[in-house]
Design a protein around this ligand. Structure first.
Ligand SMILES: Nc1ncnc2c1ncn2[C@@H]1O[C@H](COP(=O)(O)OP(=O)(O)O)[C@@H](O)[C@H]1O
Ligand SMILES: [Mg+2]
Length: 296
């Protein structure tokens, strides 16, 4: 390849639902750009069209909805692509992680089997034995200790944070170019949330996987994305570099979202008052270790 096209280029994406009162645009004329290895945050309150955007990128919008516009992955148009080709793109070149890992995991199968099956679905011909090795390596990659043992455990034997690690391991097993994470930390405690964000950041750095991170929480995107798109009622109301959005928000809605972000300094101050050595212990190592300790 002589050119290096954008990893993801979305133009004029619109998702319309028929309603008794006429058509309703859940997403309206949205443009998104993501460079290879880049990280884009999509932020907005509940109902602003974030999830519909991520689904529509992959052609997974509800059947009732009509999707128009253009979605290009490395220059290749996904809108209008055959279902068979789309299935190949999904999970192979693009992977998704959702808010609730429990609903995405089957309680009756070990996490190892589920990672193996997901992997083999996209790599036909791979033996069980080889897939098992991939599954263990994937669990190690997301820092689940004793991966060779844990691979045989069932979802309920993992805590919420660990389950989300399993989902991320599964998503990354095929080494996708793009990871779309829709509220991946929303269901988790604040400390665990920080650990998952650290993990996503580390994976980005080490593998160069592009990231679209969707959240209602501006504090979350500010940690690991370089650009932010702010959505309201299906429309992008503001976009820019993280620093620009934080220091000089143009839209009152962005300002309102910013006002909802707890001042990080205050939180650290409070934490210090309660736990005297909170500032010196590394929360990531500490809590990953305890969380890893066994079933929740
Ligand atoms: N099945 C549906 N039928 C009609 N409208 C829908 C349907 N699903 C979602 N919507 C509309 O899409 C909007 C955006 O939803 P969603 O993308 O889930 O928001 P977010 O993820 O930002 O919370 C909703 O406010 C709703 O109006
Ligand atoms: Mg959503």
């Amino acid at each position: 390849m002589t050119t290096d096209p954008m990893l993801l280029e979305v133009r004029d994406l619109t998702v319309t639902f028929p309603t008794p009162r006429g058509p309703l645009d859940a997403v309206k004329s949205l443009d998104l750009d993501l460079e290879p290895g880049g990280a884009l945050g999509i932020v907005g309150e509940s109902g602003s069209g974030k999830s519909m955007t991520s689904l529509a990128i992959m052609g997974l919008q509800p059947r009732a909805a009509r999707r128009t516009g253009s979605v290009r992955l490395r220059g290749r148009e996904l809108v209008g692509m055959s279902e068979a080709d789309l299935r190949r793109v999904r999970g192979d070149r693009v992977a998704m992680v959702f808010q609730d890992p429990l609903s995405s995991l089957n309680p009756y199968y070990t996490v190892g089997l589920q990672i193996e099956e997901a992997y083999r679905a996209h790599r036909p011909g791979v033996t069980r034995r080889a897939a098992r090795k991939i599954a263990i390596a994937a669990l190690e990659r997301v820092h689940i200790r004793d991966a060779a043992v844990r691979v045989n455990h069932y979802p309920h034997q993992f805590s919420g944070g660990m389950r989300q690690r399993v989902m991320i391991a599964m998503a990354l097993s095929t080494e996708p170019e793009l990871l779309i994470a829709d509220e991946p930390t929303t269901a988790l405690d604040v400390t665990v949330q920080a650990q998952i964000l650290d993990l996503l950041q580390e994976i980005r750095r080490e593998t160069g996987t592009g990231l679209v991170l969707i959240t209602h929480d501006l504090a979350v995107v500010s940690e690991i994305t370089d650009h932010i798109v702010v959505m309201k009622d299906g429309v992008c109301v503001e976009r820019g570099a993280v620093e620009q959005i934080f220091t000089d928000p143009r839209h009152p809605y962005t300002q309102a979202l910013l006002d909802a972000v707890p001042r990080i300094d205050d939180e650290i101050g409070e934490l210090r008052a309660v736990v005297p050595d909170a500032a010196t212990t590394s929360p990531a190592t500490e809590n990953t270790a305890t969380e890893n300790g066994g079933p929740a």
